[in-house]
Design a protein around this ligand. Structure first.
Ligand SMILES: [Cu+2]
Length: 113
């Protein structure tokens, strides 16, 4: 009979249709003029959720010019942003609070194919 084959085919097509790109989740802690990771690797065209956790008693920021991300974090604030890196390369992220990047608050987002 054809029926088991058709059932299997329909199930397969449903699976393919439901296969969404996986969102990567990355948590970065901002503390004492540094990020908890200086290099983050993500895949191009896959959504990324960055969770930013400011553990300091003063403001920080997360800036990634290439993808037009500019987040301000108040003292002890946690924020999340989701974006999809559309092109590969290594891009600098930093804290734009005055003097913080120079003090070491910077890192590299590496987008791989
Ligand atoms: Cu900062």
């Amino acid at each position: 009979m054809l029926r088991p084959f058709l059932t299997a085919l329909i199930l397969f097509l449903l699976l393919v249709a439901c296969a969404k790109p996986q969102t990567s989740r990355i948590t970065l802690t901002l503390q004492a003029m540094g990020f908890s990771q200086n290099e983050i690797e993500v895949s191009a065209n896959q959504p990324v959720t960055l969770r930013l956790n400011n553990k300091d008693g003063y403001a920080h920021a997360f800036d990634l010019d290439e993808f037009d991300i500019h987040l301000q974090l108040a003292a002890e604030e946690t924020a999340e942003i989701t974006f999809t890196p559309t092109h590969t390369g290594a891009f600098t992220f930093y804290c734009s609070s005055p003097g913080h990047q120079a003090a070491g608050m910077a890192g590299s987002l590496v987008v791989v194919p």
